[in-house]
Design a protein around this ligand. Structure first.
Ligand SMILES: NC(=O)c1ccc[n+]([C@@H]2O[C@H](COP(=O)([O-])OP(=O)(O)OC[C@H]3O[C@@H](n4cnc5c(N)ncnc54)[C@H](O)[C@@H]3O)[C@@H](O)[C@H]2O)c1
Length: 353
């Protein structure tokens, strides 16, 4: 239960889900002549000793959306060159989804590709962003617009990093866990719905939740690695509105919170378009149960939100291919025009006044 091995896009990937993974990390890093680890500074406070046990050339750095930029990309390439890291070496990272997206991108292009070992340290990055090989940096305020597909060789989901982390980080990751269950596994959703945030502090339950979510995502991405068959697309549930919320708030609202609110609003739009109200109610209740912040839409300007949706790659000629649910665990794609979205968004906001 603590190890997953899967072939994704012809690459063998190993994923360890456990605590105290330092020895296994060292064993894997030790296979390479050159090895460099990029580690977020935020981990120094609570995990100093754990990180000291890792045998690698460590570079501590900032994180957050701002590092997904050309500037940080260039600086890291400069660093790798100055250290003389060869193509048969390995780059690893210890951090959340923002560092993972940046280092993932670097590893895909440095000397035309170098091995990557991922040590994601937020729940969101363990269950979601480290899985599936997508990486990206932002460019001129457009999110994730420069990137590539490059699988890590190994992912270490060490739950020690989660058990001491901020409750808000757990809630944020739970949004993506709930999303996975909603789009493809009714039984898993029932389990989540019968539990609450306290479950996350039980190491065995936490490992189970990560194991289940990782397997569900791997299953989807292994069938549609390059996002061409509208299968991987289903992972976008909650993300059409969610990405618009992130851009609207200049990324002040974290990704998971934006996605959770996106799932609520998108299921409301689906309900107003003729789908079940029950699903909308269930999603709202579960998000509330996990204490994920509900956004106050009272002050949101509909036109501004819509303007961000126009840039969405899921939008074609003012028609959005919006992921919605036919039932819990059964997702599909609904085409909806921008005018209908505008109308239902206004209705949603009016009902909240
Ligand atoms: N590539 C993909 O498939 C994919 C999927 C989903 C999200 N993403 C991207 O992931 C990013 C969000 O990732 P995130 O939520 O991990 O954000 P993040 O990397 O900004 O981390 C969130 C915060 O948690 C802190 N942190 C990290 N680990 C910690 C720990 N163990 N203890 C205490 N603090 C810790 C960080 O310093 C940061 O302040 C976004 O840029 C999003 O676009 C990518």
């Amino acid at each position: 239960m603590d190890k997953i091995e899967k072939t994704v896009n012809n690459n063998e990937i190993k994923i360890y889900i456990n605590s105290n993974l330092e020895n296994t990390i060292n064993y894997e890093l030790g296979k390479y002549n050159d090895n460099v680890s990029f580690i977020i500074k935020n981990l120094k406070k609570n995990y100093k000793e754990k990180l000291q046990r890792i045998n690698s050339n460590k570079i501590y750095m900032n994180d957050g959306e701002k590092i997904k930029s050309n500037l940080y990309f260039n600086n890291i390439i400069k660093k790798l060159l100055s250290m003389g890291i060869e193509r048969d070496g390995v780059i690893s990272y210890f951090g959340g989804g923002t560092l993972g997206d940046l280092i993932g991108y670097v590893s895909s292009v440095y000397k035309r590709g170098i091995d990557l070992i991922a040590v994601p340290t937020t729940l969101l990055s363990q269950v979601d962003s480290s899985i599936g090989g997508k990486n990206a940096i932002n460019f001129m305020d457009v999110k994730n617009v420069v990137g590539s597909f490059h699988n890590p060789k190994i992912i270490f989901d060490d739950i020690d990093f989660l058990l001491n982390s901020d409750i808000n980080l757990l809630k944020d990751g739970m949004a993506e866990v709930i999303k996975m269950a909603l789009i493809c596994d009714g039984q898993f959703f029932e389990y989540l719905d019968n539990n609450d945030l306290n479950t996350m502090y039980n190491p065995e339950a936490l490992k189970n939740i990560i194991y289940k979510s990782v397997n569900l995502k791997l299953d989807i991405v292994s069938k549609d690695f390059y996002d061409l068959k509208k299968l991987r697309y289903l992972l976008n549930f909650g993300h059409s509105i969610g990405h618009a919320i992130e851009s609207y708030t200049d990324n002040k609202i974290p990704h998971g919170v934006a996605v959770a609110n996106g799932m609520i609003v998108e299921s409301y739009i689906a309900y107003k378009s003729g789908y079940s109200k029950k699903l909308y109610d269930i999603i709202k209740n579960t998000v509330t149960k996990y204490k994920i912040d509900l956004i106050n839409f009272n002050t949101v300007e509909v036109e501004k939100l819509i303007s961000y949706m126009k840039n969405d790659k899921k939008m074609e000629k003012n028609v959005l291919n919006m992921v919605m649910l036919n039932d819990i665990g059964k997702s599909d794609i609904m085409k909806i025009d921008l005018n209908s979205i505008r109308r239902y968004l206004k209705l949603y906001m009016d009902e909240r006044k």
